[in-house]
Design a protein around this ligand. Structure first.
Ligand code: ADP
Ligand code: MN
Ligand code: MN
Ligand code: MN
Length: 364
């Protein structure tokens, strides 16, 4: 799924600096309302200027936008944005904010694509288990022509091996974008906990968490927003496709690390093993929901090689990166901690993945 684009919309950012540095009064705060696109795997946003500095999401008024909700009649409906989580705006700085919202019909019902709503409901049911999530987001940087960033024009870079955690001009392609993303996320207050260069040249990863409950999904979506927004400044694009380059090249995952309070306590390994047995029974159900295309995207990625399991089988193991679910070595040694579900794809919806993990591992 390479996107061919021919962006000639580049402007001189040093000119922009003049305007961005104009003084801004406290009674004019730019709040960027952000929501998960109702017909895609991306995000949309628009700006509202408030006459006070919001301290939390609930200080911000609800808002709305128009969208086609019925393609047969081309009806455009007013959909409502409910504020959920507030971040500092690393692009505009000052008192300005990013505001993550979810989407509802006028009658207060969540839109079908609002997976956060159901996730939040489930998280209420399991809140005494204190479910924590840490999500690894892998992605590939593409240049303006839709080619992996830094790859030779006619051909391929040398085979995989030197790139994972690689250092140097001939190994790490696009580090500026990665550095900018980490700093911007930290400034924003995103719970980002690390990052690294990945196995495929121009492929990178960042990690979110650990976060409890529905917050994990919020944190991942806002980190994705910041990444996509950055591409406007660097004249690149990001693909979250789980197998962006066919053949002998690694795909991109959304490994989801999961634990409950019981798993984190002394002897918690027993509860990790129990959860894994429950996951084994529900493998097919999880696969259908672990990418936005009912498992078809992951079918290209989960092939039993390139650090993946085979999509048809469930397997689990300590330290095993060819497993569906991996127990980290340290967790096995300490007999407590968390496990890693390696099946979710890079373009997964974290609200769906986190909700399903709780349903299967806690509620079943
Ligand atoms: P990997 O070895 O698979 O590359 P990473 O270091 O990239 O692992 O990611 C580890 C993830 O596990 C991070 O997102 C981190 O927040 C998360 N994590 C750590 N401890 C826990 C825990 N107790 N419960 C859930 N997630 C956790
Ligand atoms: Mn990782
Ligand atoms: Mn990785
Ligand atoms: Mn991992």
């Amino acid at each position: 799924m390479t996107q061919m684009i021919s962006c000639q919309s580049e402007t001189d950012k040093t000119v922009l600096t003049h305007y961005m540095s104009l003084p801004q009064d406290k009674d004019a705060v730019m709040v960027e309302y952000i929501w998960v696109d109702i017909d895609g795997d991306g995000l949309r946003s628009k700006c509202q200027i408030l006459d006070f500095i919001p301290k939390m999401a609930s200080d911000c008024p609800q808002w709305n936008f128009g969208a086609i909700t019925d393609f047969s009649t081309m009806r455009i409906e007013d959909l409502h944005l409910y504020p959920n989580r507030l971040f500092n705006d690393p692009f505009r700085r000052g008192n300005n904010k990013l505001l993550l919202c979810d989407v509802y019909h006028a009658d207060g019902k969540p839109v079908r694509q609002n997976t956060r709503y159901s996730c939040a409901q489930t998280m209420k049911l399991v809140k005494d288990s204190h479910p924590w999530f840490g999500i690894e987001q892998e992605y590939l940087i593409l240049d303006a022509n839709g080619r992996p960033f830094g790859w030779p024009k006619n051909g391929f870079p040398r085979p995989q091996g030197p790139y994972h955690c690689g250092v140097g001009y001939n190994k790490a392609f696009g580090r500026d974008i990665v550095e900018a993303h980490l700093k911007a996320c930290i400034y924003a207050g995103v719970k980002i906990c690390g990052g690294n260069a990945e196995a495929l040249p121009a492929q990178w990863e960042f990690q979110i968490g650990p976060c409890e409950g529905v917050e994990a999904g919020d944190q991942l979506w806002i980190a994705r927003y910041i990444l996509f927004r950055l591409t406007e400044d660097f004249h690149v694009t990001i693909t979250l496709d789980p197998k962006p380059i066919p053949g002998d090249w690694n795909g991109s995952g959304g490994h989801t690390n999961f634990s409950t309070a019981a798993m984190r306590e002394e002897g918690g390994l027993k509860f990790i093993e129990e959860a894994i047995e429950k996951l084994r029974k529900k493998h097919d159900e999880h696969i259908v929901l672990y990418d936005p295309n009912e498992g078809k995207d992951n079918a290209r990625r989960l092939i039993g090689s390139h650090e993946t399991s085979n999509i048809k089988d469930f397997c689990a193991g300590v330290e095993n990166r060819l497993a569906s679910v991996r127990i980290p070595r340290q967790v096995a040694n300490e007999k407590k901690g968390y496990f890693e579900d390696r099946r979710p794809s890079s373009n997964c919806d974290p609200y769906i993945v986190c909700e399903l993990l709780c349903k299967t591992c806690i509620l079943d």
